[in-house]
Unconditional design. Structure first.
Lengths: 315, 483
């Protein structure tokens, strides 16, 4: 009952968190990676004598390629980003980076491999802008599609509980909670993107979609209990029913979320670097997802009910 | 009681054998039937992926599918001819925005794709065109071309902006119209010497049956007119048609040197492109990076599993232990599925597997929490187990369905890595429903001991001690919740 009695406090906290997340997004924008904007990424590693950053930069320039950023990656490596380049340019670039004396662009490919001992191209990716734009579009549709399907699914699953609050309202509250769940990690990453250069790539969108799914599962667990208690008429007051349901399910919600966060921590600390940011987004999302299932979705239901009743009594 | 115990034992043995299979399939000698290593995606194995866009503007819409299939075959042959037998070539049609037809080539183990790209660039584009009749269309094109030329002359150069702003008609061929007969209908090409009008080498081509039919129609409709033979967009020969050719054979006699003719014959036989292609994206991953990603993925899975196992046992005590056993069997089943289907493993796929472990355990948590409640209500241990499972099922089912819905949409949306993640999530969630409900329940019921307070303690979890908070014994109502 504690949660429901103090629902206004919790609703305010959520509102503040969401606004606090929107601010970085509005101020800094989203640092979209090459998955969406197109572009080239080259990750290289040298053997013992790695050239300095400036030296690497000059090699890039002498290959005739315009780079947009060079970061260090690992002990002897660099991560270079630039606009999309053609296959011929790639050959020239790799050759130049490896330290070989500049040959013409028709140099045979065998000459480029391991010119300087220990040099290796760890990975290379060039994505044309059309591919990127398509992914971005698909991503938006996927987000919208999932949200819509979830409303429909919840309204359907809870269709027999139309009193006292109609079933589509359950769906609506779940979606409000989802918006909260998705905005906060995005805000965090807008902040990280601006100050640390963290990029938003296709995996980020994947994480958001997964958060939607898991958070809604959690919300369903709570709603399911409300449904059962309503059916068994454990109380005459809707507010009390919700409150009791929350008390009953809070342990379970916390634990199920905690198990997922535990595995995500394992992925974050022990997993491959390519999935590290992904694990971070998911962990943040799960945490706030649980928060929203317990402290947001259900209190919102009570608020909706109260509004509904005030309107009804006024007639 | 015995029946349940027998089942439990049976399931345990099956689970153990699956686990053993997983282990053995890694260690078995290479030629044994049991040697089933993981099928690794590019990001775990190292290799390259090339994405080409096919330009189908000049093909009728209903022929696009056929053209893409033949494109795929031609490119595959070419890539294989380089000795890259493990390469895979696939077509894909993007479904949103600009409708694009794409070709995706994956070459595991090869970092330097330059050779492959060069080879693909060498694939000839062969098409046959008929004369454009004199008329307003032709006049308009000629006019546009003259206009463009004049503009280039005054500007001094032909800058990209100039070309972009020009009338598109200027780029059409004033003299020839595509006929729909392209290199995809070729069945073979041979080198001929001294045949035909010129003394140099000529290339005899034979069409397949469909091509022969098309060629027959074209020649019939164009007697005494020229048919233009275009190679890579350039006119190489424009013989005049004397009569309808029904046998599907023709000769290309351009000004070829011997070497040119030979390589053209070879290229044509490897396959001629039905449509032009353009490289739009390249990705390569080094083998060391791939290995690192794989090793770390395995570590993360292991640690994730251990963390969960530790928590479950500490918090849920005896049922927790049972859930760890179910979870181990779940993991074994998943790994076996990866090997047997086989499912291509990517870094994203591993993330999906790890996440599914977290979700799999949730089903158990839901059930155990329910059991705790039933124990508090005064039910016997046995009844608490039965009711716990019965009542938790609807929650489990509904929350997993939403995960499956989202994962399905993810599968549609994403790149290979994301598809791997989504697929593993769907499999994982589905199978975990089985292991949690069937396995855990069977094991728990088979242990199902007498209703004494020690057992009540062992069967509750967290801070609960299992004492009855309600004094009266309730009648067991075993019902399935209908939603």
């Amino acid at each position: 009952m504690f949660i429901v009695k103090n629902k206004n406090i919790f609703l305010w906290i959520s509102a503040i968190l969401v606004v606090a997340s929107i601010i970085p997004i509005a101020l800094f924008g989203l640092n979209l990676g090459t998955d969406f904007k197109g572009g080239t990424i080259v990750e290289i590693a040298y053997g013992q004598d790695a050239p300095s950053k400036d030296e690497v930069m000059s090699r890039v320039v002498s290959a005739g390629v315009e780079s947009s950023s060079i970061q260090t990656a690992g002990t002897n490596g660099y991560l270079i980003k630039m606009k999309p380049i053609s296959e011929d340019q790639r050959v020239v670039l790799i050759s130049s980076l490896s330290g070989a004396t500049m040959a013409t662009s028709s140099a045979s490919s065998t000459a480029t491999s391991a010119q300087v001992a220990g040099f290796q191209v760890k990975r290379f990716s060039t994505i044309g802008p059309s591919v990127g734009a398509e992914l971005a579009e698909k991503g938006m549709i996927a987000l919208g599609g999932v949200a819509l399907l979830i409303i429909i699914f919840i309204a359907f699953a809870f269709r027999q509980v139309s009193r006292p609050v109609s079933s589509w309202k359950y769906g609506l509250m779940a979606v409000v909670a989802l918006i909260h769940d998705v905005t906060i990690p995005t805000g965090v990453f807008a902040y990280l993107g601006h100050f640390y250069g963290t990029e938003i790539d296709a995996l980020f969108l994947t994480a958001l979609l997964t958060i939607l799914a898991l958070s809604v599962s959690d919300t369903i667990v709570v709603f399911d209990r409300i449904r059962e208690n309503l059916r068994n008429k454990i109380s005459n007051s809707f507010e009390e029913t919700v409150g009791i349901s929350l008390d009953e399910t809070i342990t379970r919600s916390l634990i199920t979320s905690m198990t997922v966060i535990l595995v995500l921590l394992a992925l974050l600390f022990f997993g491959s670097p390519s999935t590290r940011d992904f694990a971070l987004v998911l962990a943040i999302g799960m945490f706030f997802g649980t928060y929203s299932s317990i402290f947001l979705a259900s209190p919102l239901l009570v608020t909706a009910y109260n509004r509904q009743e005030t309107k009804r009594l006024k007639k | 009681m015995t029946k349940i115990r027998v089942w439990a034992l049976l399931l345990l043995i099956i689970g153990l054998s699956i686990g053993y299979f997983d282990y053995y399939s890694e260690k078995a000698p290479v030629d044994s039937a049991f040697n089933k290593p993981f099928k690794l995606g590019l990001d775990l194995r190292g290799g390259s992926q090339l994405t080409y866009r096919a330009d189908v503007a000049k093909i009728k819409p209903d022929q696009v599918g056929e053209a893409m299939t033949s494109l795929r075959t031609v490119i595959e042959r070419r890539v294989n001819s380089l000795g890259l037998s493990e390469a895979s070539v696939q077509t894909e049609q993007t479904s949103i925005g600009l409708k694009e037809n794409r070709l995706i080539i994956e070459i595991p183990g090869v970092m330097d794709v330059n050779e492959a790209v060069k080879q693909i660039n060498k694939t000839p584009l062969l098409d046959f065109r008929t004369e454009r009749p004199d008329g307003p269309e032709k006049v308009a094109i000629v006019k546009a071309q003259e206009e463009l030329l004049a503009r280039i002359k005054t500007a001094g150069t032909s800058s990209p902006d100039l070309l972009a702003g020009a009338d598109p008609l200027a780029f059409e061929d004033a003299n020839f119209v595509p006929s729909g007969l392209t290199g995809q209908y070729l069945s073979r090409a041979i080198l001929e010497l001294g045949a035909g009008v010129s003394l140099g080498p000529t290339i005899g081509i034979e069409f397949n049956s469909e091509g022969a039919q098309k060629f027959g129609e074209i020649t019939k409709a164009n007697v005494n007119k020229k048919v233009g033979i275009f190679l890579d967009g350039e006119l190489i020969s424009a013989p005049v048609v004397r009569e309808e050719i029904k046998d599907g054979k023709a000769q290309i006699s351009g000004q070829f040197t011997m070497d040119e003719a030979k390589s053209l014959v070879r290229d044509l036989n490897l396959g001629a492109l039905p449509v032009p292609v353009q490289l739009i994206s390249t990705q390569t991953v080094g083998a060391t990076l791939g290995q690192e990603a794989f090793d770390k993925g395995v570590m993360a899975t292991l640690y994730g599993f251990l963390l969960i196992a530790a928590f479950m046992i500490i918090w849920y005590r005896l049922p927790g232990l049972v859930s760890v056993v179910s979870l181990s069997i779940y993991l074994s089943i998943m790994i076996a599925l990866f090997k047997l289907i086989p499912i291509t493993l990517t870094a994203g796929g591993i993330a999906g597997l790890i996440l599914s472990i977290g979700i799999a355990v949730d089903a158990n948590v839901l059930i155990f929490e329910r059991m705790k409640e039933e124990l508090k209500r005064g039910k016997t241990v046995h009844n608490a187990i039965e009711d716990g499972f019965a009542r938790a099922w609807t929650s489990i089912r509904d929350s997993n369905i939403s995960t499956i819905i989202s994962a399905s949409i993810l599968y549609w949306f994403g790149t290979a890595m994301i598809k791997g993640f989504a697929l593993n999530l769907i499999f994982g969630v589905t199978i975990s429903m089985f292991t949690a409900v069937v396995l855990s329940r069977t094991f728990l019921l088979s242990i199902s001991p007498a209703d004494i307070s020690l057992n009540r303690f062992l069967f509750s979890g967290g801070f609960s001690s299992g004492k009855k908070s309600v004094d009266n014994e309730q009648l067991t109502v075993n019902y399935k919740n209908k939603s």
